[in-house]
Design a protein. Structure first.
Length: 140
């Protein structure tokens, strides 16, 4: 928790907007890429299970998860619960999938949440690194 506070204090006390700009660009980029991947996942699972999916909700799920990660709620809760760093991210994903895709049964939301979490750990950072290489150097 202290690392997150020092990150924000360091960004807040700088005399340039470069740090905040980089955080904003990373949020936008990770929301777009993560939303596209989650949309693809939910569309495939929805087609398999015969459920309708609203595409915009995938981007909202990823945006909320990005905001939760930046604020550091999971790190704070995992300090309270010893195994929280393992269980809480899965619960956050499953609950947000169920909230934003309310037509899904809990079982399907759990499967989509776990797969979305695993993809966000392994695939999304790789694609973000690839795509950010195409951005001009003054942006990042």
């Amino acid at each position: 928790m202290a690392d997150i506070n020092s990150l924000f204090y360091g960004l807040a006390l700088t005399n340039s907007a470069g740090g905040w700009l980089t955080v904003g660009i990373n949020i936008i980029l990770s929301t777009i890429i993560g939303g596209l991947i989650l949309l693809l996942l939910v569309e495939i699972l929805g087609k398999e299970w015969g459920e309708s999916v609203h595409p915009v909700n995938a981007f909202f799920v990823v945006l909320v998860i990005n905001i939760v990660n930046i604020i550091g709620i999971i790190g704070f809760l995992s300090a309270i619960v010893p195994v929280g760093s393992l269980i809480i991210p899965f619960l956050v994903w499953v609950i947000l999938i169920k909230v934003f895709f309310s037509d899904m049964p809990w079982k399907h939301a759990a499967i989509a949440g776990i797969l979305g979490y695993l993809l966000s750990i392994f695939l999304v950072p790789y694609i973000i690194g690839f795509v950010s290489g195409f951005l001009p150097s003054f942006v990042l």
